[in-house]
Ligand binder design. Structure first.
Ligand code: DQA
Length: 143
């Protein structure tokens, strides 16, 4: 089973960026944690990050026929991007949305998730363990 983990803008700054909200683990630490977890449960993962909306759309489209499921943290594009929502709908792969912070208790504009409308599950406010929960969910579903 092959899963694609997609991260949106500014997530490459984790560890530096607003540590009170997102913690002190670096993006590199998190990638290693995801890879190790996936390997231990027999799942192949590719991790992709971009700060550009169109690149995220391209990557979702390229997942069609190449991956069994998608874990996505679209970051700020969560709350704005109909293009990412449409790309997820277009490929129709099982997808899980992850947010490190609890977007429901922050600014009101973070409560809308376009991408979430194409995801069968949302893991919100569980810190970076949310990526592992999302991977486990898809692994259980697809096995
Ligand atoms: C985030 C929440 C978003 O509102 C924010 O723009 C991010 C990160 C999270 O993981 O908590 O960049 O998706």
């Amino acid at each position: 089973m092959k899963l694609l983990v997609i991260n949106g803008p500014n997530l490459n700054m984790l560890g530096i960026r607003e540590p009170d909200i997102y913690g002190r683990e670096t993006y590199k630490d998190i990638c290693l944690k995801i890879k190790t977890y996936a390997e231990n449960i027999g799942v192949e993962v590719e991790i992709y990050q971009s700060n550009h909306e169109g690149d995220l759309v391209d990557k979702i489209q390229a997942a069609y026929g190449a991956f069994d499921g998608i874990v996505i943290n679209p970051a700020a594009y969560t709350h704005t991007s109909v293009a990412i929502l449409d790309a997820l709908k277009a490929v129709s792969l099982p997808a899980v949305e992850v947010h490190i912070s609890d977007v429901n208790v922050r600014e009101p504009f973070r409560r809308i998730s376009y991408a979430g409308m194409a995801c069968e599950k949302s893991v919100i406010g569980k810190g970076t363990d949310g990526y592992l929960l999302a991977i486990q969910y898809l692994a259980d579903k697809l096995k």
